[in-house]
Design a protein around this ligand. Structure first.
Ligand code: MG
Length: 378
C-alpha cells in the first residue's frame, strides 16, 4: 500500500526505490520498509553516525554545550532536505538516508582536522577526501553483519555519498568507475549539497552571534540579506530583546533561502521537462540550486563567515593546537603501526600504512584524539 502511494505521488524525475540498482550483497526484501528506508535505519544505527555527536562542526565543546556539533548539523540538513524533497515530489526516503550519511566521513575538529589530514596525506603522495572516506566507512569500517563487511547500502546511497558535493573526473578515479562518474547524480543527491550549505551558513551565523565572536552590528553591516530581514523585524518590534529580533531575522533568512531553492529548482524542472531520473543523469549540469540573486547573497554570507568567524583569532588559536595534536598522533602511528587497534593493523598488509593511519584518525571523535594524544604523544 505504502509503495503504491509513493508511486503515485513521486514526480517522473524522482528516483524510485523499485528502480534501485540494489545492494552489493543481495538481501531479501523487508515486509514493512523499502530499501532506502532500511539504508536510513542502518545509517542511524552505525557507529560513525553516533560519533558525529562528538565531532566539531565549527565550535568545539569548549565554547558551549548547546552549539551545533556534526550530529545536530546533520539533523538540520535532513530536516531542510526533507522539506525541499517533498515540495518537489522527490524520494524523501532516499533524501533522508543521504542527508543523515552526508558527514560520516568528516574527521574530528571540523575543517581544521580535514585540512591537516589532507596535508599529511599529500606528503605521502596521497589525498584525504571526506566523501571518499565516508564510502570507506560504510563499505569497510562499519562491522555489523556476519554475511558482509560494511552496511551493504544500496547503489544510490553509495553513489550519493561520493557525488553529493562535487564531481570526480573519471580518468583520475578509475577505482570509482562503478559510480558512473560521467553522469550527474539523481536530484535527491544534488539537493543535499545546497541544503548542507544553507544549514551551516545560518547555523554558523547563529552560533557566531551567540559566542559573541560576531556582533549584531557587524553582521548587520556586512550581510545584506540578513540586514533586510532584521530591519523589518526591528521596524515591527522595536522594543523586543535583541536576541529575539536576531532569531526572527535569522529564521526569515533560512526560510527565504529554502523557499528560493524550492521555487528555482521547480521552475528549472518545469522548463527541462525531465520524464525520468535517467534524463537528470544525462543532463550536463546540476539542476538543484538557488536563483542567481540568492546564490550571490548566500556566497556573500559564506565569505563573511570565512573572513570574520572561521579565521577569528580565538577559533584560530584552538585550530593550531588541534593541528599539532593530529600531526603528532599521525607521526606516532606511522612510526608505531603496531599501536593501531588489531582491526586496523591487519589492513596494513593490504594498503599503505599512511592510508590506514589516516582512516583511523579520521574515524576518531574530538575527545578521542585528545585522549590518544595524551596517551601516546605527551
Ligand atoms: Mg555537512
Amino acid at each position: 500500500m505504502a509503495r503504491c502511494t509513493e508511486r503515485i505521488s513521486l514526480a517522473s524525475y524522482a528516483q524510485r526505490v523499485e528502480d534501485s540498482l540494489g545492494r552489493r550483497y543481495p538481501e531479501p526484501a523487508h515486509p514493512y520498509r523499502n530499501d532506502y528506508e532500511r539504508d536510513r535505519d542502518r545509517i542511524i544505527h552505525a557507529r560513525a553516525f553516533r560519533r558525529l555527536e562528538n565531532k566539531t562542526q565549527v565550535f568545539s565543546r569548549r565554547y558551549s554545550d548547546h552549539f551545533r556539533n556534526r550530529l545536530t548539523h546533520t539533523l538540520e540538513v535532513a530536516q531542510i532536505s526533507r522539506t525541499v524533497a517533498r515540495a518537489l515530489r522527490l524520494n524523501t526516503d532516499l533524501v533522508e538516508a543521504l542527508a543523515l550519511v552526508h558527514d560520516v566521513g568528516h574527521p574530528p575538529f571540523g575543517h581544521a582536522g580535514e585540512a591537516v589530514l589532507d596535508r599529511l596525506m599529500r606528503q605521502h603522495g596521497d589525498r584525504f577526501d571526506h566523501n571518499l572516506h565516508a564510502l570507506r566507512v560504510v563499505e569497510r569500517f562499519e562491522q555489523r553483519y556476519i554475511a558482509f563487511p560494511g552496511l551493504n547500502l544500496t547503489f544510490e546511497v553509495r553513489e550519493g555519498i561520493i557525488k553529493h558535493s562535487r564531481d570526480y573526473d573519471p580518468a583520475s578515479y578509475p577505482e570509482l568507475a562503478e559510480y558512473r562518474l560521467e553522469e550527474r547524480p539523481p536530484l535527491e543527491a544534488q539537493l543535499i549539497d545546497v541544503a548542507d550549505e544553507i544549514a551551516y551558513n545560518c547555523a554558523d551565523l547563529d552560533d557566531g552571534y551567540e559566542s559573541r565572536l560576531l556582533t549584531l552590528d557587524l553582521i548587520r553591516r556586512s550581510v545584506p540579506c540578513f540586514e533586510r530581514w532584521y530591519a523589518r523585524v526591528d521596524h515591527n518590534w522595536p522594543a523586543a530583546p535583541e536576541k529575539l529580533k536576531f532569531n526572527e531575522a535569522l529564521k526569515a533568512l533560512l526560510n527565504a533561502l529554502v523557499t528560493d531553492l524550492i521555487e528555482t529548482t521547480r521552475r528549472r524542472l518545469r522548463r527541462l521537462r525531465f520524464r525520468s531520473p535517467h534524463q537528470v543523469r544525462e543532463y550536463p549540469k546540476r539542476v538543484v540550486g538557488l536563483s542567481p540573486k540568492m546564490a550571490r547573497e548566500n556566497s556573500a554570507l559564506k565569505a563573511f563567515l570565512y573572513r570574520r568567524l572561521y579565521s577569528h583569532r580565538e577559533v584560530d588559536a584552538e585550530r593550531k593546537r588541534i593541528i599539532r595534536s593530529i600531526e603528532e598522533l599521525f607521526a606516532y602511528f606511522m612510526a608505531n603501526p603496531r599501536s593501531l587497534p588489531p582491526f586496523y593493523y591487519a589492513q596494513v598488509q593490504q594498503e599503505p600504512v599512511h592510508r590506514i593511519v589516516c582512516d583511523y584518525i579520521a574515524g576518531m571523535t574530538d575527545n578521542y584524539v585528545q585522549q590518544q594524544h595524551r596517551r601516546f604523544c605527551l
